[in-house]
Design a protein around this ligand. Structure first.
Ligand SMILES: Cc1cc2nc3c(=O)[nH]c(=O)nc-3n(C[C@H](O)[C@H](O)[C@H](O)COP(=O)(O)O)c2cc1C
Length: 199
């Protein structure tokens, strides 16, 4: 019996109307090719230069949208418009062979171990010590949460200006968004419920 994989090499049209040349998508993977501050580096460009022909949709590794977001040491960031020229080069490199380029946005929250090393603080939904981290997590204020939401919006606008075709919001892997959904890392949910019950 022979198996035909020809359909993998046929076009797809997404609900948005965007057309992909094949069914191949490259999953987001942190490449650690950026500067320590997260500016796109020559290694980031070389990495996607080599992969530009491999898939019809390429997703970058997790890109930090706000300060105190350094989880990998040399991962991507998009903290303000000074990151725009590098991100523009990155989008251009990813799209050189007609692939669609997606920027993955995230904040690592408590997992920002390199921010803890340089800034002495790592933020999360609640102040807590986790057995698997050798530093504490400090609770974000309500104002900082609003700023964080705004940071995702600003990074999205920057991705559009840089020429990316889309963004992906990373809500898994114990990073900030997932930390908010977990009652283990987010005890402020309990606090507000207790206050409601006792009133
Ligand atoms: C080196 C490496 C870096 C990764 N970085 C990210 C990342 O930045 N964002 C993400 O959502 N997933 C990341 N992942 C997870 C992959 O995107 C993928 O979901 C995972 O490898 C499972 O896919 P598989 O079953 O095809 O191996 C990473 C995986 C590896 C191996």
């Amino acid at each position: 019996m022979t198996t035909s994989f020809t359909s993998l090499f046929t076009q797809s049209t997404l609900n948005s109307g965007a057309t992909l040349d094949s069914k191949f998508v490259m999953a987001p993977m942190v490449a650690e090719g950026s500067s320590f501050e997260g500016y796109v580096g020559l290694d980031d460009l070389a990495y996607f230069n080599r992969r530009s022909k491999t898939a019809s949709l390429l997703i970058t590794g997790a890109t930090a949208v706000a300060p105190y977001g350094n989880a990998f040491g040399y991962g991507l960031a998009s903290l303000d418009d000074s990151y725009l020229p590098g991100l523009t080069d990155l989008a251009k490199t990813m799209k050189q062979d007609n692939a669609k380029a997606v920027l993955q946005l995230f904040h690592p929250g408590r997992e920002a171990r390199y921010s803890y090393q340089t800034e002495g603080v790592a933020y999360g939904p609640s102040t807590k010590q986790f057995s698997f981290l050798d530093y504490p997590t400090t609770e974000l204020s309500n104002e900082q949460i609003e700023e964080m939401i705004q940071a995702f919006a600003l990074a999205t606008s920057r991705a559009i200006r840089a020429g990316f075709d889309g963004i992906e919001i990373h809500g898994a892997n114990h990073y900030l968004i997932q930390q908010f959904f977990s009652t283990i890392s987010n005890t402020r949910i309990y606090m507000s419920q207790i206050l409601l019950i006792t009133k």
